[in-house]
Write a protein that binds this ligand. Structure first.
Ligand SMILES: *[C@@H]1O[C@H](CO)[C@@H](O)[C@H](O)[C@H]1NC(C)=O
Ligand SMILES: *[C@@H]1O[C@H](CO)[C@@H](O)[C@H](O)[C@H]1NC(C)=O
Length: 206
């Protein structure tokens, strides 16, 4: 009953907020529905023959109550692509036999999929999916929309003994462009602001 009256008041406020916050807690509370998400880095790269960890982190409505039967799966190539990994029933795609390891335990909301002995054909998109049974919202299932784009780099001509260290670092030290760029942009923004203030100050002095 209070909602229609509140909406005209809330709408201008909601429009002022960046889209990301609409998906967050405010909207979920307003509509009291299941809220969820899955985060993965958008891009990673690793050398052929090396290994990579694709991290993931998921979240869901805090009022879900107790959660059970959590299943983590991975698809590749495209959003509806084949499953390459499933915790239950256990599944590992033939192309990835003995090369996949999921670092995750039930009860955790994050983890990573490790792919080792990387091949050229492994290049492409990887999507993490989670399903669970929640006390309040029943069975739920969701998946990363963008996925992670994995690029396989090719080894340079072997330079004496130094390759092992280089490859080991490159193999697991992932490059998460996404995670770092916002802070860089923010830093640039601040620098620009300071410049404007400095110029304004200069003009005032003159
Ligand atoms: C590339 O480097 C990795 C790490 O040293 C090595 O295991 C792999 O065999 C190399 N791949 C090729 C195709 O030479
Ligand atoms: C989950 O996240 C925590 C905190 O960032 C981290 O220390 C931990 O290693 C992660 N777990 C896995 C399985 O990746």
């Amino acid at each position: 009953m209070g909602l229609p009256l509140l909406l005209p008041l809330l709408l201008p406020l909601l429009l002022l907020l960046p889209p990301a916050s609409l998906q967050g807690d405010h909207w979920a509370q307003l509509k009291a529905r299941f809220d969820y998400g899955m985060n993965q880095p958008t891009q990673l790269s690793a050398p052929e023959g090396g290994s990579i960890r694709i991290p993931f982190f998921f979240y869901y409505s805090q009022d879900s109550g107790s959660v059970s039967n959590v299943i983590i799966s991975w698809r590749w190539k495209h959003f509806h692509g084949d499953f390459i990994y499933k915790t239950t029933p256990r599944l590992i795609h033939n192309n990835f036999k003995n090369r996949l390891l999921l670092n995750w335990e039930e009860g955790m909301k994050n983890g990573s999929l490790q792919i080792s002995n990387l091949r050229r054909e492994d290049e492409g998109l990887y999507f993490c999916q989670v399903e669970m049974i929640t006390e309040k919202y029943g069975e739920q299932e969701w998946q990363s929309i963008q996925g992670t784009e994995l690029t396989i780099t090719h080894n340079q001509t072997t330079i004496l003994g130094s390759t092992t260290t280089a490859a080991a670092t490159a193999g697991l030290g992932t490059s998460e462009d996404q995670r770092h760029s916002p802070s860089t942009e923010a830093a640039v923004g601040i620098a620009a602001n300071e410049l404007i203030i400095a110029i304004a100050g200069l003009i005032l002095c003159l």
